[in-house]
Design a protein around this ligand. Structure first.
Ligand code: HAM
Length: 413
């Protein structure tokens, strides 16, 4: 019989990867809650139009990468390729803006993009992200950038660079579009097919092209920060000032435009050189016009998302292992009931306890405890049972002591 395998571009997460995944998501959740964020969980699929209108028709995500299908009710449905558009949809639909001036949300979950799979790039991948709605202060931009950086720092990830830019509002971008098109026109024929199309739909995307020839041709392209108006320039300056105050080092990258169309003003990415071509660990920015586009509301917003699989690759061995506090080695049928009762009591008290169902010899118990990297082993033999005691072996320091059950509970709980 042919064994059915996971679909190309998807991956199971189990064993030590599951420990890493949980560590990352739990650390993020704790940090985000410390900054005043609350969780939002939106559906994994949405109406296709949400992403078309939200992310932009000219983007690779919408044009080539969406998992779109017609459901049995003849609706066009898309598996979410990212979280921002859905959070905005939920915020507008539930009129959250009427309940609070400013909302801070975090989320974690799978996203879907039909990309060419490679290390650090999957078709189903996980993101942890935040979205703040209702605040236009540049201090927020810097604070959120600092929060994302702090998360990666807390996870022990080093050698990161924070690249920032401002892509300005609609008018500045239109002005820049003209300047950029004038620059690109003479090289139109030498650009890749995608870039020629981008020139028609969204010329800024040309600056985001990964093709080496296009990169080389556009290395002296005009820069967007020169097209910003006074207010946008001041916003950008204040973001940088507060990044300095928060102690976050950054690199200004005037070519940074990001792959999604909803950004205005500040954009940024946190990158590493340890993941080859998939070096962007976290990306985000300000999207002050998306709420207008999706719900006719002038509400400013800012957010980011990090790729959990990429963070997992960077973690190395730097994560707490999910090892048991105690392994119970019971010897002989007579000790079984007593051993299971102790296991139950200790688990109820919050200890992580592993116990085997079948009788085993001492040697094979020790082998198993070793494999599980148990911190302690509790030995229950018939002699001990008769005396009402147990032997607690510290597996790390290799010491042992005989205790009554009461003494054991006092010691471990
Ligand atoms: P994004 O840059 O498209 O932004 O994705 C954010 C992160 O998700 C990337 O930096 C990367 O780590 C990870 N990622 C993206 N695609 C893949 C993939 N195919 N495989 C593995 N990891 C991937 C957004 O999604 C925006 N919604 C971020 C945002 C929130 N902007 C404002 N608020």
């Amino acid at each position: 019989m042919k064994l059915i395998k996971a679909v190309r571009g998807t991956k199971d997460i189990f064993g030590t990867d599951a420990d890493k995944y949980n560590y990352i998501v739990n650390t993020a959740q704790k940090l985000f809650e410390d900054y005043g964020y609350t969780m939002i969980k939106t559906p994994i699929f949405e109406e296709t139009d949400l992403f078309k209108r939200g992310i932009g028709e000219g983007t690779d995500v919408v044009e080539k990468e969406m998992y779109t299908f017609t459901d049995r009710g003849d609706r066009s449905i898309t598996l979410r390729p990212e979280g921002t558009a859905a959070v905005v949809r939920s915020y507008l639909e539930n009129k959250i803006y009427a309940q609070e001036d400013m909302s801070r949300f975090y989320y974690a979950g799978s996203m879907f993009r039909y990309e060419r799979p490679q290390a650090g790039r999957q078709r189903e991948f996980n993101q942890i992200g935040v979205e703040v709605l209702g605040e236009s202060s540049p201090i927020l931009d810097a604070e959120v950038i600092a929060m994302g950086y702090t998360l990666l720092e807390k996870l022990g990830i080093t050698d990161l660079a924070v690249n920032i830019n401002s892509v300005g509002g609609r008018e500045s971008r239109l002005k820049f579009r003209e300047t950029l098109l004038n620059f690109l026109e003479p090289m139109r024929e030498d650009l890749c097919d995608d870039c020629r199309m981008r020139m028609e739909k969204n010329p800024l995307r040309v600056l985001d092209c990964k093709n080496e020839k296009c990169k080389d041709l556009t290395k002296d392209a005009p820069i967007i920060t020169e097209s910003l108006n006074e207010e946008e320039k001041e916003h950008y300056e204040t973001v940088k000032k507060y990044l300095d105050i928060f102690g976050v080092k950054y690199i200004e990258d005037p070519k940074l435009v990001r792959g999604l169309d909803y950004y205005s003003s500040t954009v940024y990415e946190i990158v590493t050189n340890k993941l080859g071509s998939q070096g962007t660990v976290l990306g985000g920015g300000r999207y002050d016009t998306l709420l207008k586009q999706l719900g006719d509301r002038d509400i400013p917003a800012f957010g980011f998302a990090a790729g959990v699989e990429r963070v997992m690759m960077l973690l190395g061995d730097n994560y707490p292992k999910n090892t048991p506090d105690l392994y119970i080695a019971w010897l002989g049928e007579a000790t079984r009931d007593f051993a299971f009762k102790i296991a139950q009591d200790l688990r109820v008290a919050g200890l992580k306890v592993i116990i085997d169902y079948n009788s085993k010899g001492m040697k094979s118990h020790m082998k198993k405890a070793d494999k599980l990297e148990a911190k302690n082993v509790l030995i229950i033999g018939e002699d001990e049972l008769n005396k009402g005691t147990v032997v607690l072996k510290d597996f790390i320091n290799r010491t042992q002591e005989e205790l009554t059950v009461e003494q054991l509970k006092e010691k471990l709980i």
